[in-house]
Design a protein around this ligand. Structure first.
Ligand code: UD1
Length: 430
């Protein structure tokens, strides 16, 4: 198993271009199943999760290739609506394939999805919506679910929580429904808007993504099943995925924690408003110019009184672990409340081993800033928690080893090369 070895204490400086967004490309790859033509997806990041998604699509009959940063998918001949359990178990985002297959073929069989263990992560909101649209759902042995519908009906769906995955799943299924589907209390994340863009290119009439109400005018396209494969959307479309706001946010915090000066290019600063707002509270200087963000960190970061993670446009839960690392070395005491996932403090015991002073009480973390962290032998337990450990290692005294980096590879394209290009001393070792 490989690990990351970091020698801390080097200020980051330079320029970095940000890759395409993992959380945008995964649902867009699922949406490519709706197209029985060719979908060309540009600005694809090279990530383990993208590879898993492609493997799943290939396993049910898609032809897919990845060249440089462009994925080409031909979903014209799907051979199965049963998703391979071992691959689905590896990645929660695979659940979004459900809506696409249910819509196009009226049936899907899937096992409960896996992914990072950052909470219970149920799929009740997804299933409730499909039922409301007329699907019959059966849970069968070994954690498999089958979902069938002769016809999906447009519905008024009011989500109990603005779940990102449930919003995307409903959007995909609704493309094929008879009549109009309205999702209220929909997730407003930029990745949902990107999915809407992709669907529009395919000819779907859809509006409202980015707001809390999304309307999809179903085309009642599905007349065939898996054997006839008739009457689906069929076009050659090309779509460029939006930049990854969480990767950008992570590198901004890496700059801040090391007292560095850096410029990120190919970013959408508007997607990072809540992160930039909090960074400015620490007296970090941020300069925004079109698609770039310049950061100049102070010698000593100031604390942040309170941060609550919230659905977009609130502070992202996916940036919470990295923020804790940064606040561990800020002056004074900071408080973070994690409201989205109930088990997202698994990196904290590792930070404490480095000398951080953090108290966790249920969903609240109280962080008393210390002057220095010390390098240690650590293990990542999830994707963003792993990134948080990298940040801590960058500013710690001495050497830090991070095991479990397969989690980090799920969401960061060769993180060691990116950080090395900014002057960090970090290597992948075996
Ligand atoms: C997506 C992101 C993930 C991010 C999360 C929240 C992708 C691929 N992943 O995950 O990086 O951390 O949004 O911004 O885009 N919930 C239920 N029932 C459901 C669905 C969700 O109770 O049926 C709960 C979850 O347990 C969690 C909360 O809702 O507490 C948010 O989950 P959700 O927005 O669905 O996150 P994901 O789509 O899994």
């Amino acid at each position: 198993m490989s690990a990351l070895k970091i020698t801390g204490g080097y200020k980051l400086k330079g320029e970095l271009s940000i890759s395409g967004a993992k959380n945008a490309i995964l649902p867009i790859l699922a949406a490519a199943l709706i197209n029985s033509g060719i979908s060309i997806i540009e600005n694809s990041p090279h990530l383990a999760d993208v590879e898993i998604m492609l493997d799943i699509l290939i396993s049910i009959g898609c032809k897919a290739s990845l060249k440089n940063n462009t994925i080409t998918i031909d979903s014209s001949e799907i051979s199965s609506t049963e998703l391979p359990g071992d691959l689905v178990q590896k990645m929660r985002a695979s659940i979004v394939i459900m809506g696409a297959l249910l819509g196009r073929f009226g049936e899907v069989k899937i096992s409960y999805p896996g992914g990072c263990e950052i909470g219970l992560r149920p799929i009740d909101l997804h299933l409730k919506a499909f039922k409301q649209m007329g699907a019959e759902i059966h849970e069968i042995v070994h954690g498999y679910i089958t979902c069938k519908a002769n016809k999906l009906m447009g519905s008024e769906i009011s989500l109990d929580y603005p779940s990102v995955g449930a919003t995307e799943n409903i959007m995909l299924a609704a493309c094929f429904a008879e009549g109009v589907t309205t999702i209220t209390n929909a997730a407003k994340e930029p990745e949902i808007e990107d999915l809407q863009e992709f669907l529009r290119k395919l000819g779907v009439r859809i509006k409202g993504a980015g707001s809390s109400t999304i309307t999809i005018y179903g085309l009642n396209k599905r007349k065939g099943n898996i054997s006839t494969q008739t009457n689906t959307f069929k076009k050659e479309i090309c779509h460029k995925v939006i930049p990854d706001r969480i990767v950008a946010g992570t590198y901004l915090l890496a700059g801040a924690i090391t007292g560095g000066t850096l410029t990120l290019t190919n970013v959408n600063p508007a997607h990072l408003s809540s992160v930039i707002y909090k960074l400015r509270d620490t007296t970090t200087e941020i300069l925004i110019k079109n698609n770039s963000i310049k950061l100049k960190a102070p010698a000593h970061l100031k604390n942040i009184e309170l941060v609550r993670t919230l659905p977009y446009p609130g502070f992202p839960t996916d940036m919470q672990p990295q923020l804790i690392s940064m606040l561990s070395v800020a002056e004074g005491t900071s408080i973070i409340v994690e409201t989205v996932f109930e088990n997202r403090y698994r990196h904290v015991d590792q930070l404490i081993r480095m000398g951080a002073e953090i108290l966790i009480n249920d969903r609240t973390a109280v962080i008393k800033g210390v002057k220095r962290l010390s390098g240690a032998d650590l293990t990542a337990h999830d994707l963003r928690g792993g990134a948080a450990l990298v940040l801590a290692g960058l500013c710690a005294d001495g050497e830090t080893i991070i095991n479990g980096i397969e989690y980090i590879d799920r969401g960061y394209e060769s993180i060691e090369n990116q950080l090395s290009s900014l002057g960090a001393v970090i290597n992948r070792i075996n």
